[in-house]
Ligand binder design. Structure first.
Ligand SMILES: Cc1cc2nc3c(=O)[nH]c(=O)nc-3n(C[C@H](O)[C@H](O)[C@H](O)COP(=O)(O)OP(=O)(O)OC[C@H]3O[C@@H](n4cnc5c(N)ncnc54)[C@H](O)[C@@H]3O)c2cc1C
Length: 407
């Protein structure tokens, strides 16, 4: 983003004007709470419409309280996927163990939720679409903070001025890059690459997950509900990120096919389906770790600031909780510098605990050596007979403050 020479003082207007970049989870959640505290909110989203991608995400612990306070908990309970079982398979396709899914996820059965990402995004958007301005099919080109506000030039050519700008634009945030520099500075690679895509459910699977493992390789088929489509997932260990493949879909397909060339079970069919898939999503598993989440009048929320990686299953929960904490800090402090400092101070420990879930062995679902796989398998056999789930304290480690009235 290039600096521009635009300048207009918006501090004289009564309502704080806030621009949010990104309309997935953290963006609309933040828009809801900011609009409730009297801000005039605009959300810009580069996609042309609300993205309703269906892969399942979790809402757990403290994040459940956020969606309850937003009034969307009943709707999300209706959308809860409620998978029946998670079946682990050996390299030859034989069954190793079959467990209730919450046992491996560390979720609390009957309280925590798993919903399609699109269902959560649609519920959040539904709460704000009448009160918030949405600009779909556009993005921020330049941010100029040299004046008393932030002058923004959009890709479409629009020019507007805002009191604050918030980047809710995900792991590969352009807002972060424009303010803080390239992603490599903040990206902590966790040693895995993954491909996710949909394929026909020719296996008769229903509300269940099948997970196949060999050392350093995993393949999963997830039947979300009873429909005729499966979410397919191929994950593999790679000591260094495959930079060449990251921007080249053909190279991604070739890399995955090579890695899984000798794999058993249904993996050859999955690789073929991946070749034909028009919704292939390939990425590295990694976290975003930053010393600060704001710079002057611009701040970051959700994956843009502190992506924990899918290995923790906590990305959506951090996005929801982070949005609440940021909006609450802005509602408490009229001075944005004090607000951004309070947001970081009160949220950082919760983020750190959840990001550390991977350090503490959450990636054990994807062991990289024969020995680690055997250890994991021993643990899984024990889980089959466990009476209760080992709940993860990190999920509920933050007690939400009451939402502050407008200052
Ligand atoms: C394959 C996969 C599986 C996952 N599984 C889980 C799981 O099981 N549990 C879980 O909790 N989480 C999971 N996650 C993570 C979860 O999806 C994210 O952590 C969560 O969505 C973060 O929300 P966010 O709104 O901060 O960012 P995102 O959901 O990434 O949304 C960013 C938004 O910004 C938009 N955008 C990007 N760039 C721009 C731009 N320049 N201008 C305007 N708009 C822009 C994007 O189109 C998108 O709408 C998974 C993620 C992936 C990829």
């Amino acid at each position: 983003m290039r600096p521009t020479g635009l300048s207009m003082d918006v501090r004289t207007t009564a309502k704080r004007k806030v621009l949010i970049s990104g309309a997935s989870i953290s963006g609309p959640a933040l828009a809801y709470w900011l609009s409730r505290s009297g801000c005039a909110v605009t959300v810009v989203e580069k996609a042309r419409t609300l993205r309703d991608g269906g892969y399942p995400i979790d809402i757990r612990g403290t994040a459940i309280e956020v969606v309850r306070r937003m009034g969307i908990l009943p709707r999300l309970r209706d959308a809860h996927i409620d998978s029946r079982r998670c079946t682990f398979l050996n390299a030859d396709g034989s069954e190793l163990a079959s467990v209730r899914p919450h046992i491996v996820a560390g979720s609390v059965e009957g309280q925590d939720l798993e919903v399609r990402r699109g269902d959560l995004a649609t519920a959040l958007h539904g709460k704000v679409r009448d009160d918030v301005e949405f600009l779909f099919g556009d993005s921020i080109d330049t941010l100029d903070q040299s004046g008393p506000a932030v002058d923004v030039t959009f890709h479409s050519g629009r020019r507007r001025t805002f009191d604050l700008v918030i980047g809710a634009d995900g792991m590969h945030s352009a807002t972060r890059e424009s303010l803080f520099g390239p992603e490599e500075r903040f990206h902590r690679y966790l040693g895995y690459c993954f491909a996710i895509f949909t394929m026909p459910n020719t296996f008769g699977l229903s509300r269940e997950l099948m997970l196949w493992n060999a050392p350093g390789k995993a393949a999963a088929l997830y039947a979300v509900g009873d429909n005729d489509e499966l979410h397919a997932f191929l994950n593999f260990h790679r000591p260094r990120p495959p930079f060449d493949a990251l921007r080249n879909p053909d190279a991604q397909r070739d890399l995955v096919a090579t890695v899984f060339a000798d794999a058993g079970w249904e993996v050859p069919g999955m690789v073929n389906a991946m070749r034909d898939a028009d919704d292939l999503f390939f990425d590295t598993a990694g976290q975003i770790r930053m010393a600060h989440w704001s710079s002057s009048r611009v701040a970051l929320v959700g994956d843009a600031a502190y992506a924990p990686s899918f290995l923790t299953g906590q990305g959506s929960s951090l996005a929801l909780v982070g949005a609440y904490m940021l909006a609450n800090a802005l509602a408490t402090h009229r001075d944005h510098t004090a607000a951004f400092a309070a947001y970081e101070r009160d949220t950082r420990e919760f983020v750190a605990m959840n990001q550390a879930l991977v350090d503490n062995g959450a990636a054990r679902l994807f062991p990289t050596t024969e020995q680690a796989l055997e250890q994991r398998n021993t643990m899984l056999r024990a889980l089959v007979t466990m009476p209760a789930a080992p709940v993860r304290p990190a999920h509920s480690a933050l007690a939400l403050p009451e939402f502050a009235p407008t200052p």
